[in-house]
Design a protein around this ligand. Structure first.
Ligand SMILES: CC(C)(COP(=O)(O)OP(=O)(O)OC[C@H]1O[C@@H](n2cnc3c(N)ncnc32)[C@H](O)[C@@H]1OP(=O)(O)O)[C@@H](O)C(=O)NCCC(=O)NCCS
Length: 218
């Protein structure tokens, strides 16, 4: 499959990024990995516990949700620009198996990235979510030179909020999401992240992407 990723990386530089830590790998998904992720997105209870859980903006648990996931993922396949406006999706691979999805999104203020992620439900609660977040921050702060990372979660999304706090985020404000769900917004700076930094994260393949997004290339 790597030759597909290499061919994609030749056209879309972010496809060459790889972030690894102790068996966990974040890398932009090919269609094979997208379909693996779409399979648990479509499964009732595959991502969210039936009933109470809110995942802002994303439907889950049926074939429509899988189609929305795939169509959004395909829409992200764009050439990045230096003025911000790039989004990099990642498959979360554990021992080569797709167990989740994450996104790094620079659509906000200069120097700022937003992160989001979800895992297949059986994979939750064993520290993968925290490692994924710290791996994204290693990429954003360590390799891409970003200066602030933000995230948001429904007020009752205790796992996501706990991950954010453990990674050094502080609450910035609370608002209602478009669907009415009360949500908490949080932010972290490189200084606060560095105190929680994960040892041994390996970030590779960022140079062609950095060359395109750095202000000097404008
Ligand atoms: C949010 C998510 C990515 C976190 O991943 P994870 O692997 O479950 O997280 P971790 O195991 O690294 O950490 C979860 C933390 O929350 C805590 N937690 C989990 N459920 C909790 C609850 N109901 N109340 C309080 N704390 C809770 C865990 O104890 C753990 O804290 P600890 O590290 O101090 O023990 C994952 O749960 C998920 O995919 N959720 C569904 C999608 C989603 O909500 N994504 C975020 C969108 S805004």
């Amino acid at each position: 499959m790597d030759y597909v990723r290499d061919d994609l990386a030749a056209l879309y530089p972010w496809f060459g990024i790889r972030v690894a830590h102790a068996g966990l790998v974040l890398t932009p998904p090919t269609d094979v990995e997208l379909l693996e992720i779409a399979a648990f997105v479509a499964e009732p209870g595959g991502v969210l516990a039936p009933g109470g859980e809110h995942f802002l903006t994303r439907p889950m648990g049926d074939d429509d949700a899988a189609r929305v996931f795939l169509e959004r993922s395909w829409s992200l396949r764009r050439f990045p620009t230096a003025g911000g406006g790039w989004r990099v999706p990642f498959a979360v691979l554990d021992g080569g198996r797709a167990v989740g999805h994450a996104t790094l999104d620079a659509a906000g203020r200069p120097g700022e990235v937003a992160t989001s992620s979800f895992l297949a439900r059986p994979e939750r609660g064993r520290g993968v979510g925290r490692r994924v977040r710290l791996m994204l921050l290693e990429l954003a702060f360590g390799a891409l030179g970003m200066t602030r990372a933000v995230t948001a979660a429904a007020e009752d999304n205790h796992a996501s909020l706990r991950v954010s706090h453990r990674c050094g985020y502080r609450e910035t404000d609370r608002r209602r999401h478009a669907d009415g769900t009360p949500e908490v917004h949080l932010a972290v700076t490189p200084g606060a992240w560095r105190r929680r930094r994960l040892e041994g994260v390996v970030v590779e393949g960022t140079e062609p992407f950095v060359a395109v997004i750095s202000p000097a290339s404008r």
